[in-house]
Structures are given as structure tokens and as C-alpha cells.
Design a protein around this ligand. Structure first.
Ligand SMILES: [Mg+2]
Length: 315
């Protein structure tokens, strides 16, 4: 009836056209059952903005362990970059026992306890990382044995990693990996899988070797789960070059990963994708409240790949 009144018809038609544009599904993968979104409309708006600005305006900031790597395979937990070394033949049985028992029982519950504030957690994280690194230094690990430890480990990048790393390379999109793990090991994992392309930069804990190639200390400031944002602040030159990339796709699996992009200036659009791998029931609300897209027990890079495909495809 109202369509017979011309001055109402035009605005209504426009509203309908815009509504149709906003709700039509350009990324069918977002219907996957593992995907939870607090505000689907907002997610679609961010992705559309990123598509409009194109791949030249995009950078990807990602965590490594349990974000780019699988959490589990065939029901068995996959190792983090620390675990790869801890479980390897480069570490004595005595040291393995110390590394395995003590952090799991004491520090990991603190790390993932959603009732504790970040400020409360930080001193425990520093203590955990410092003790683990001190133990590793005592093991006189040789630099040239690291690749072998990675080869013999069960570490796996998530399904779809070739497409993920490949499309970022093809479109010259920088991939910045912020990791509280071991930089030397995770670089080896990426290298071993043949995807360490020139657009990949890693900020992590790096080992210092003496003139005999033995691990003697760790370089620079310790990076733990909750101070990754400082990685950007400590590397202003790297981030200066990325000033003209105001759109950020952020990938993480811990609440600490949410602040990884805080050091980036002039952000226009940021889409945070969080892998919820473990303690799903207890943590779902916190993740859905903080990440734009939550991927529950999803071992693939399907969603980041679908979003990247949409952003990088021509208009
Ligand atoms: Mg992680």
C-alpha cells in the first residue's frame, strides 16, 4: 500500500537494496558450525570495508602456537614451540620431568583462569618463562640440532596453511607473527613446511648461541602470553613501514593475543579471530565477548582463508 506513495517508495526501495547488500552471504564459510559471532552484522561490515580498501591496505598479525599450528590431531595434543624442544632428545630426562610437571600443574591453570586479571597473571607468566628458559640454557643445546628436533616432532600447521601463507605472499600482505614461544623453533617449523616466504616477520623469544654453537642465553626482552603488544612498541621501525596498512586481520587463541595490534598506529578496521581450542564451555562467553569471530574446536584455516579470498578478490 505504501508503495503507491512515491515519496515513501524511493526511500523504502533504497533501504531494501542496502539491506539486501548487507545480508547477502559473500563468505559461505562463515556458516560453518564451528563459527560463533557476537555481532554478525558488524563482522560483515568490517570485512566489506577491508574488501573495499583491498589487499594493499591489509596486514595480518597472528599468534603462532595453537593458532597457526594445530591444537590436536587424531585426539592427541600437538606440541607448542616450547614443547617441541622440551619433548626432544636434546633435553635430559631429568629436565623433561621438571619442565613437564611443574608448569602444567601450576602455571597453565593461572594462564587460562578467566577469573584472574591480566595484571595478576603477569608475574606468574614471567616466572614461568624465566624458569623454563633457565632450564633450557642448562641443557647446552646445539643450534644445528634444532631442525632435527622439529622434524622429529608432531608439530603441524593448521589445515589450509599452504593457501594461507601462499595467498598472503601472492598479494604481498605482511604476516607478522607475535609469539611467546621460541622464535628459533617456530621459524624452523614454518621453514620445514616450505612456507617461510619473504612477507613473514616473527617477533618472539630468540636464543643466543656461544661461539661453539651452544645455547647460552635468550636475547632481548622476554615475551610471554600477556606482553605481546610490546613487540610492536619495541620494533617501531618495522611498524613504521606498515603505516599505510590500516586494516588488520588478527588471529589468536589466547586472551593475551587480543592486544597484539595495540602498537599499530591509525588502525581503521580490525577483525579479531580467536581459536577456542580448550576448556570450551568455561571460556566460550569470554571469547565471544572479546573476539569478533570465535572458531570452536576448528583445526583449519578455512575461515581466515575465506576472508582473505574475499578481501583479495577483485571488485
Ligand atoms: Mg597461542
Amino acid at each position: 500500500m505504501i508503495f503507491h506513495i512515491p515519496w515513501i517508495y524511493v526511500p523504502v526501495r533504497n533501504v531494501l537494496a542496502i539491506w539486501h547488500q548487507l545480508t547477502k552471504y559473500e563468505i559461505p564459510e562463515l556458516k560453518k558450525p564451528s563459527v560463533i559471532m557476537r555481532d554478525r552484522g558488524r563482522v560483515e561490515e568490517i570485512i566489506r570495508n577491508m574488501h573495499g580498501a583491498g589487499p594493499g591496505a591489509l596486514q595480518v598479525i597472528s599468534d603462532f602456537d595453537m593458532t597457526l599450528t594445530r591444537f590436536a590431531f587424531n585426539g592427541k595434543r600437538c606440541p607448542t614451540s616450547h614443547n617441541i624442544l622440551d619433548n626432544s632428545s636434546l633435553i635430559s630426562e631429568d629436565c623433561k620431568a621438571k619442565l613437564a610437571n611443574f608448569p602444567k600443574s601450576h602455571y597453565y591453570p593461572i594462564e587460562i583462569d578467566s577469573s584472574l586479571s591480566v595484571e595478576d597473571k603477569v608475574p606468574h607468566m614471567v616466572e614461568w618463562w624465566t624458569q623454563a628458559h633457565d632450564l633450557l640454557v642448562q641443557q647446552r643445546i646445539k643450534k644445528d640440532q634444532l631442525a632435527k628436533a622439529v622434524r622429529e616432532s608432531d608439530a603441524m600447521l593448521r589445515d589450509g596453511y599452504e593457501v594461507f601463507f601462499g595467498s598472503l605472499k601472492d598479494h604481498s600482505i605482511p604476516l607478522l607473527i607475535f609469539s611467546a614461544g621460541l622464535g628459533d623453533i617456530l621459524e624452523e617449523v614454518i621453514e620445514h613446511n616450505g612456507v617461510f616466504h619473504p612477507n613473514v616477520r616473527v617477533f618472539s623469544n630468540y636464543m643466543e648461541f656461544d661461539k661453539n654453537g651452544l645455547l647460552c642465553s635468550f636475547k632481548g626482552q622476554l615475551i610471554h602470553t600477556f606482553n605481546k603488544r610490546e613487540g610492536a612498541l619495541l620494533n617501531p621501525d618495522q611498524f613504521e613501514q606498515l603505516q599505510d596498512r590500516p586494516n588488520i586481520l588478527l588471529l589468536g587463541d589466547s586472551m593475551g593475543d587480543l592486544t597484539m595490534a595495540d602498537g599499530v598506529q591509525n588502525v581503521q578496521n580490525i577483525l579479531r579471530i580467536g581459536y577456542l581450542n580448550d576448556k570450551v564451555e568455561e571460556r566460550r562467553d569470554a571469547y565471544v565477548g572479546s573476539y569478533d569471530i570465535v572458531l570452536e574446536k576448528d583445526e583449519t584455516l578455512d575461515i581466515p582463508n575465506a576472508i582473505l579470498r574475499y578481501i583479495t578478490e577483485g571488485k
